[in-house]
Write a protein that binds this ligand. Structure first.
Ligand code: HH2
Length: 300
């Protein structure tokens, strides 16, 4: 796998170090921090704080994708994003824009964003052209349905195989319309049209996604499956999230999307040190270094 992620005016080597993407929600209604950073000055200050904590990337979102959320008009997203992008123009941390709208992505890229985080994996017919034409990086995430409906009784035969096959298909579709493989990062979409059991299964079998040949991003920060059946509030889900993050890194995730950058970086560094140690001990023993080949397989 080439682990370089190319994006507009830059690239990150995801092979040498697992990267942490800090979340900056410019929304009034995000599930864990809605309204806290809705003013441009507050959002820009928060972004700078996350950068100072060590974020390798910042993800700016102007539309909540929490279960049940309704779409936000592109003009409203643009009005929320542009003043913040303007305030962050001097920041050297690459910025991604979390949107499913090609019009929003195009305006954000013109204002300095370098990556599109598209939770619908190019559902807007104009999105592929924006990504191909600007050289932006892109996150292709698995989402069943839309945020408004995705948690209405989600069912899969074999969630890990189905999500991986779907991502492979979206990746090939992206490449057919001129997006280079190196621009793409894939994401199983934890919490998007999945029950808690589906999320645990996806994380347990993350090693199988290595076969797709592109680096994986995992976003699980403060999500409901960490709530012990609804008992824990979003701000009480950090420890569970760090446990899940460590396992995701051990099984091959190369980008972690999080609200809690400093704590996540500490967990990621230790998880990566153990994963690297495991790889080098296999290499010393002359065995395959592939974590995937050693990933536990479900019994048929
Ligand atoms: N999760 C959320 C939003 N965007 N993007 C990717 N690639 N992967 C994710 O798992 C993901 C995502 C949901 O989290 P958050 O942004 O905090 O909440 P909200 O959508 O309510 O703003």
């Amino acid at each position: 796998m080439t682990a370089v992620w190319k994006f507009r005016d830059g690239a990150l080597d995801l092979g040498s170090r697992v990267r942490v993407m800090g979340i900056v929600n410019l929304t009034p209604d995000s599930f864990s921090d809605g309204g806290r950073f809705a003013l441009p000055d507050d959002a820009a200050a928060h972004a700078r704080r996350l950068a100072a904590e060590g974020a390798d990337l910042l993800d700016l979102g102007a539309e909540s994708t929490r279960p049940g959320a309704q779409p936000v008009a592109p003009e409203t997203q643009i009005e929320r994003l542009l003043p913040v992008l303007e305030r962050l123009a001097d920041l050297d941390v690459p910025i991604s824009v979390d949107t499913v709208s090609a019009a929003v992505a195009a305006r954000a890229i013109a204002a300095g964003a370098r990556i599109v985080n598209d939770v619908s994996a190019l559902r807007d017919p104009g999105m592929a052209e924006v990504v191909a034409g600007t050289g932006a990086g892109v996150v292709l995430m698995h989402l069943r349905g839309t945020p408004a409906t995705m948690q209405d009784d989600p069912r899969y035969g074999d969630v890990a195989s189905e999500v991986a096959a779907w991502l492979g298909e979206r990746q090939r579709a992206a490449e057919r319309v001129g997006i280079a493989a190196e621009q793409i990062v894939l994401d199983p979409g934890i919490g998007f049209g999945k029950t808690a059991a589906h999320n645990f299964e996806l994380l347990a079998r993350l090693g199988e996604f290595a076969a797709l040949g592109r680096p994986l991003l995992v976003g699980l920060s403060r999500k409901r499956f960490l709530s012990e059946g609804g008992a824990l509030l979003p701000e009480q889900r950090l420890e569970g999230g760090l446990a899940a993050t460590a396992i995701a890194v051990f099984l091959g995730a190369r980008v972690i999307r999080t609200h809690d950058v400093a704590a996540t970086l500490r967990a990621v560094r230790i998880a990566q040190a153990i994963a690297d140690r495991r790889r080098s001990s296999f290499e010393a023993a002359g065995e395959s270094a592939s974590l995937d080949s050693r990933a536990p397989r479900p019994t048929p």
